[in-house]
Design a protein around this ligand. Structure first.
Ligand SMILES: [Zn+2]
Ligand SMILES: [Zn+2]
Length: 452
């Protein structure tokens, strides 16, 4: 029989192995700690939604919805192939659409304002895979509903700013712009459309389509010939109404007050249809590829999706890019916490049976345990215990097996004590509890020193 060929993962997807997982843990914990400290609460929405949801919110003419969605026809999947009504569903390409749907569907407009939510999870885009860009990626998304005050824009940006500095990311750059409201946007859109119409013959095919649906999107085109035309296009910021101007100036003032430095970026419009007024992007250094996250206001989206008129804003950040950045720049991150608290070590057949039983007892007491089955010498097993940063090892050799005893070894300093097997569970439980408490106190001390 020929040797079976291995099946490889799909293009644009990736595996995250244990050696990288501590970077992920650091990134995800930091993101969550920062937003929770700013009063955000977690919400989860389905990975699959009706395709219409994304078409209506993100915009049919955007690359994300027009070209990159994973869309399935569920009528072919159900009822033993009997074709029912055609229902198109898509893997979420981003979070905001689903969160807005959940906000409306669950009547969250009755909650005290602002309603501050965050979500973290996988999103999918059938994009051209390239460095730092995957078809399955982890996004963190933060949304605030119910406040139009510019203070909220500045506050949200400062949370993002703080998050990236906690993530140890250096060379941060904040690009910010205002793209106007329902009052002034039609006028700006017309200015745009008129300008680009005059240059239509020089635009790429995609941009000619964009010209009809949403000329703003031409600003995002990566084609060089379009970029040249964009460079001399009229700017939204020069044409926004007085109210928008006032709003934007206040955002900038608040940012100044909070010591967040920014870069005015008049060509920044963001690629999604739902944004208005403040839009922003954060990157680690120059260039498009290094964008780590961004967002803006979407004051009309909730109403457009069938809810009550609700001002809102949010941002999304790519966790994969953050992890890649940390690794590429060899950033030192805190050592992973001990996952295995107690490691079982044995010598001989009788001891093996006893250690298995004892490890099972400890597991049922919620103590996380590890075992090195298949390693013969005690030295090799101790090394394995060291490698997983275990607090303690329980050693049962031939003599202990005969005398119904076990040795508890503190892996930090090598101090050992012998206990009777009957007392082992209780003693180990006490010792692990104490060690965990110490760890917590240590963390508290670190926070206190920082405050000083
Ligand atoms: Zn306006
Ligand atoms: Zn173009």
């Amino acid at each position: 029989m020929p040797k079976p060929q291995p099946i490889n993962r799909l293009k644009g997807f990736r595996d995250i192995l244990p050696e990288d997982w501590h970077y992920w843990e650091f990134a995800l914990d930091t993101i969550e700690d920062t937003v929770m400290a700013a009063g955000f609460e977690r919400a989860d929405v389905p990975v699959i939604e009706k395709s219409d949801l994304f078409a209506r919110s993100v915009g049919e003419e955007t690359d994300i919805v027009g070209k990159e969605m994973y869309t399935f026809d569920t009528s072919k999947m159900s009822d033993n192939g009997r074709v029912k009504d055609k229902t198109l569903v898509s893997l979420r390409p981003e979070f905001t659409a689903g969160i807005v749907r959940a906000y409306i569907e669950n009547g969250m407009h009755t909650f005290p304002k602002p309603v501050s939510l965050y979500a973290i999870g996988k999103c999918f885009r059938h994009d051209n895979p390239q460095a730092g860009r995957y078809r399955e990626f982890t996004q963190a998304s933060v949304e605030v509903f119910g406040v139009s005050d510019p203070l909220m824009d500045a506050n949200l940006i400062s949370v993002l700013w703080e998050m990236f500095s906690r993530l140890k990311i250096k060379g941060l750059k904040l690009d910010i712009n205002s793209i106007g409201c329902n009052e002034c946007r039609p006028k700006i859109k017309k200015l745009f459309a008129d300008y680009f119409k005059r240059k239509e013959s020089k635009l790429c095919e995609d941009c000619r389509k964009r010209l009809k649906k949403n000329p703003y999107r031409i600003m995002d085109c990566k084609e060089e010939k379009c970029q040249n035309i964009v460079a001399t296009a009229p700017l939204a910021i020069d044409n926004i109404c007085e109210e928008c101007k006032k709003h934007f100036m206040s955002v900038l003032e608040y940012l100044d007050d909070m010591g967040v430095s920014y870069n005015l970026a008049p060509t920044l419009v963001r690629g999604l249809d739902y944004y208005n007024r403040t839009v922003f992007e954060i990157s680690a250094s120059e260039g498009r590829q290094s964008s780590l996250g961004g967002g803006g206001r979407y004051d009309y989206l909730v109403e457009q999706m069938g809810g009550e008129p609700t001002p809102a804003l949010g941002f999304a950040l790519g966790v994969d890019r953050i992890v890649d950045w940390l690794k590429d720049n060899s950033i030192k991150i805190p050592k992973p916490k001990a996952k295995v608290h107690v490691y079982g070590i044995h010598l001989g057949e009788d001891a093996k049976k006893i250690i298995l039983r004892k490890i099972k007892d400890l597991r049922s007491l919620n103590i996380s345990t590890g075992l090195a089955i298949g390693k013969d010498s005690i030295k090799a097993q101790l090394k394995a215990a060291d490698k997983v940063n275990a607090f303690f090892s329980i050693i049962i050799g031939q003599r202990e097996a005969v005398t119904n005893c076990a040795i508890i070894r503190d892996m930090r300093d090598g101090v050992q004590e012998t206990v009777e097997l009957d007392d082992l569970n209780k003693r180990v439980y006490e010792m692990v509890e104490e060690r965990l408490k110490e760890q917590e106190e240590d963390r508290g001390k670190k926070v206190k020193t920082k405050v000083k």
